[in-house]
Design a protein around this ligand. Sequence first.
Ligand code: HAM
Length: 416
Amino acid sequence: MEFSAPRGTKDILPEEILNWKRIEEISRTIFRIYGYEEISTPIFEETSLFTRSIGEVTDIVQKQMLNLEAKEPRLSLRPEATASVARAYIEHSFHKKQGLTKLFYIGPMFRSERPQKGRLREFHHIGVEAIGVTNPFLDAEAISLCAGLLKNIGVEDFLLKINSLGCKQDKERLAKVLKELLEKKVNSLCVDCQNRFHKNIFRILDCKNQGCREIVNKIDLKGKFLCADCQKYFNQVLGALKQLNIPFEVSNQLVRGLDYYTHTVFEISHSSLGSQDALGAGGRYNNLVKDLGGPDLGAVGFALGFERVLMAAKSKENIKNPLTEVFIATLGEKAFEAGFNLLDKIRKSGVSSQIDFEAASLKSQMRQANNLKAKLVVLIGDEELKNNSVVLKDMVSGNQENISLENLIEVVKKRL
Ligand code: HAM
């Protein structure tokens, strides 16, 4: 085999695609119920959009971005869509049209990570962004939407971890607190984290290195950086989640790998997924729209990793659409021509139908009908041609009946 799909990418084959469509359909239905409209943004954007929003010193920007070879402006395949949606929101002046804009997207994202189970270079997000309002109940609504969506898809027993990073000043305070707590341990951190200590200290909290984890796990950040207003806001989010009966675990060390977050951050994980256990994540990003040149408006959103959701979904069996309802078996050239005309009529009546183009034996045509799981077979031979009729065979009961061509569509619809 000369070519295979690039490392970290996957073909989605016909037998898998029905499950994808099922999840897409459930998502669209639920998004509509929650008042979200669909948006589709380009697969690539100016690199600086991602550097400015996700953050210069993040793994996504430093290690995982797939850059295109275009010269100016520099372009990158999108590693996520929050930045793109915020860019589109500003570009199309959504804030002039409505107070709260709720947008959803389903599409491919690209990160040049080392591929492993649940970690791809091309993967898909089901995501939402609610831009224009800062209200703890909207944060709770986004989390409830995320959890409800997972349940409807058939994912159970997931764990929701939540934290608050507070406002801009709180984040600065958090950075200072972390500096003080980690100062004496810098030399015991991994090389990346020693660099992060100076450039973006939050990222030390996400480090997967065992040594760093041990140091980080001993840090207690509770009550050390949130201002009274932000603590109140966070308590309201937690209160609303309790009201909605959504179980959660507060995790002081959850900071997320993207710099744009403020206030609420959350992550949903599933134990069946192994080391890449995050099914989805999100949070509030109150400064992003302003930082990208738009109005000073709050926003909240999340994205689920489509492939990981598929892995964790309980109902793994594919829903088989009967692709072929009627199979037309013909004997002889004239019969084929008549069958070919009939094929068109049956399809135009909304019924799926196939014919054998290779003029194989009747036995082989019946085998094909079986393989395609056709419910009905229309048989046409010389005799039928003469009488302007066909034989209609019910593949489940085995019953056969002679039907005039004139009545065929009507009878087929009754028998299906
Ligand atoms: P994220 O945590 O980077 O957040 O990605 C969200 C989800 O995408 C992850 O929880 C995971 O399920 C999936 N994912 C990420 N990387 C990969 C990969 N290499 N292979 C397979 N799946 C992956 C965001 O991207 C934010 N934009 C979420 C958000 C929306 N925050 C606010 N609004």
